[in-house]
Design a protein. Structure first.
Length: 128
């Protein structure tokens, strides 16, 4: 199968040697997104809720560039530097997703790029 690189200016550009997403067949692998504002490449200002929302907005932009949406996400991975924010992730996620929810993992990590407090990556499938 052929690989297709997905890119959009509506999400932060890659800050390393990776693509925003790669599509293989109907499956799209979205790279990790931290709460960067695409236009400035700076971390979003504000509280943890604002950071979580920025990450979901970034993921949504890449999903849309691939021809899908957050509703096409089958697997979501969440990385938090403080797992005490996990209930807030659940609360905000309810604003972005409806049932059936994607499979998901939440992992506590020591640090993230650019000193972000949250990062998420995802796998979406474009076909039913």
């Amino acid at each position: 199968m052929q690989r297709k690189v997905i890119h959009t200016d509506l999400a932060p550009k890659a800050i390393g040697t990776y693509s925003q997403a790669v599509q293989v067949g109907d499956t799209v692998y979205l790279s990790g997104q931290i709460p960067l504002v695409p236009e400035t490449m700076d971390l979003v200002e504000g509280n943890m809720e604002m950071q979580i929302r920025r990450v979901f907005d970034n993921l949504a932009a890449v999903a849309e560039a691939a021809g899908g949406s957050l509703a096409h996400i089958c697997k979501l991975n969440i990385f938090l530097t403080d797992l005490h924010h996990f209930p807030l992730v659940n609360q905000v996620m309810a604003d972005y997703f409806q049932e059936p929810y994607p499979a998901r993992a939440a992992v506590g990590v020591a640090a993230l790029p650019k000193a972000a407090q949250v990062e998420m990556d995802a796998i979406l499938v474009l076909s039913d």
